[in-house]
Design a protein around this ligand. Structure first.
Ligand code: APR
Ligand code: PHB
Length: 393
């Protein structure tokens, strides 16, 4: 078999890249190691920057998002059980945010791919990349016990943090930047009406977040220790702990109910440079992970794909090399912007095991400063709303 681009990984990055290439008439095949059912039932992020909303609309997958997504003006932070500030992105960065679940985006992208007759080979094993430093790369994979080969012009590595693509780049040619945090988030999904606002809490019991997916689906998180055992967190204990981290008037407004999903995610920052090698281009979690604070993971996957689809189309349709050769540098500038921001927001809102009273006072001071300084708030809003996409200068 031969195609233009082999996309490895059918998460949001791979599916969106396939969709954008299809619209531009670039042939592609998508390989996914899991079943479609598995991919569609993963519960992940849910807050879109406006730039991401526009990319999804431009990719012809915006209609359900525009009908069902919840447009809001940012988020709030509460601390010391009494103070509250609003990250008003509409006011200070001139663009709102959109609450719309990654699970829905993935559904929309699969539906669009089916409608276009796009090829998705799921349940594949042993994906291997060959000749990526030549002009004739190919990808091998096993399906139902049979081995297959696809020749292509480019390989897009959209196979997430645990994928094979990044590791195909020789170790001597890449550099990895890693930061692990000494805690995780215990998250639940419940079919209850969310609070009208997304509210982060910095409390003496640890970080908490009230978020939303739709009018009858709420997402809540609490900071937890890394060795937390889910079995020790029945719903009642979760709700009680969540409410203890908010001022009473907010806790009283939280509508509780049975959880339909409960999981723990450790927090990590990770960036691998460069994001390309020969004919291989990485996008999304395959190249970087951010801690969830600030909800940048999905938005970065979308901006990588915006840059990469533009670059591949410019090369394949117009013979213009410039975007492809600047892809890694351009994508990494935005990645580091979000990596730094997520690291900073994580530091601002969590309790760290080694924190001394001085650190706590400094954290409170930073929150007070944000609440009282328009300059500081503008900077926060600009980053929370998402940095602009670049073009060649
Ligand atoms: N071969 C084929 N597919 C693979 C392989 C492999 N060797 N390894 C992993 N995959 C698949 C995974 O099963 C998954 O469906 O690649 C996909 C990667 O998807 P994600 O992990 O969702 O990563 P990405 O598409 O970059 O999405 C960005 O943003 O909200 C954050 O982390 C969250 O998933 C989110 C991400
Ligand atoms: C979420 O709804 O999952 C979410 C929202 C905001 C964040 C992180 C996660 O900062």
């Amino acid at each position: 078999m031969k195609t233009g681009v082999v996309i490895v990984g059918g998460g949001p990055a791979g599916l969106l890249l396939g969709q954008r290439l299809h619209i531009e008439g670039v042939e592609n095949v998508l390989l996914e190691s899991q079943s479609r059912e598995h991919v569609l039932k993963r519960v992940r992020a849910g807050v879109l920057e406006w730039g991401s909303v526009e990319v999804l609309r431009d990719s012809d997958v915006g209609s359900r998002m525009d009908n069902e997504g919840h447009v809001h003006d940012g988020a709030d932070i509460v601390w010391r059980g009494e103070y509250r500030l609003t990250i008003d992105t509409k006011k200070y960065a001139d663009r709102p945010m959109m609450a719309y679940g990654q699970t829905n985006i993935t559904e929309d992208l699969y539906a669009a791919r089916d409608a276009m007759g796009g090829v998705v080979v799921d349940d594949v094993d042993d994906v291997t990349l060959h000749g990526i430093d030549t002009s004739e790369p190919w990808v091998g994979y096993t399906k139902n016990g049979d081995r297959h080969r696809i020749d292509c012009e480019f390989v897009a590595g959209c196979d997430g943090f645990h994928g094979v693509c990044r590791r195909t780049i020789p170790q001597s040619k890449r550099q990895e930047f890693v930061k692990e945090y000494p805690f995780g988030w215990l998250g639940i999904l419940s079919e209850t009406p969310p609070l009208p606002d997304l509210i982060y809490a910095n409390s003496e019991r640890g970080f908490a977040l009230c978020s939303m997916r739709n009018p009858m689906l709420s997402r809540y998180y609490i900071q937890c220790d890394l060795d937390t055992n889910l079995d020790e967190w029945p719903d009642d204990r979760f709700w009680e702990e969540l409410k203890l981290r908010y001022p009473k008037y907010i806790a009283d407004a939280i509508v509780t109910g049975p959880s339909i999903e409960k999981s723990i995610a450790p927090l990590r920052s990770f960036v691998s440079e460069p994001m390309s090698y020969g004919r291989l281009f990485l996008a999304g979690d395959a190249a970087h992970i951010v801690p969830p604070t600030g909800a940048k993971g999905l938005n970065l996957a979308i901006s990588d794909v915006f840059y990469l689809s533009r670059a591949l189309v410019a090369h394949l349709k117009q013979g213009d090399e410039r975007y492809l050769s600047s892809y890694s540098d351009m994508a990494l500038r935005r990645v580091w912007g979000a990596a730094r921001f997520s690291w900073w927001l994580t530091g601002l809102l969590h309790r760290f095991p080694q924190q001394v009273p001085f650190d706590l006072r400094a954290q409170e001071q930073e929150l007070s400063y944000l609440a009282s300084s328009e300059v500081a708030m503008k900077s926060l809003c600009e980053q929370y709303a998402g940095l602009p996409f670049e073009d060649l200068t």
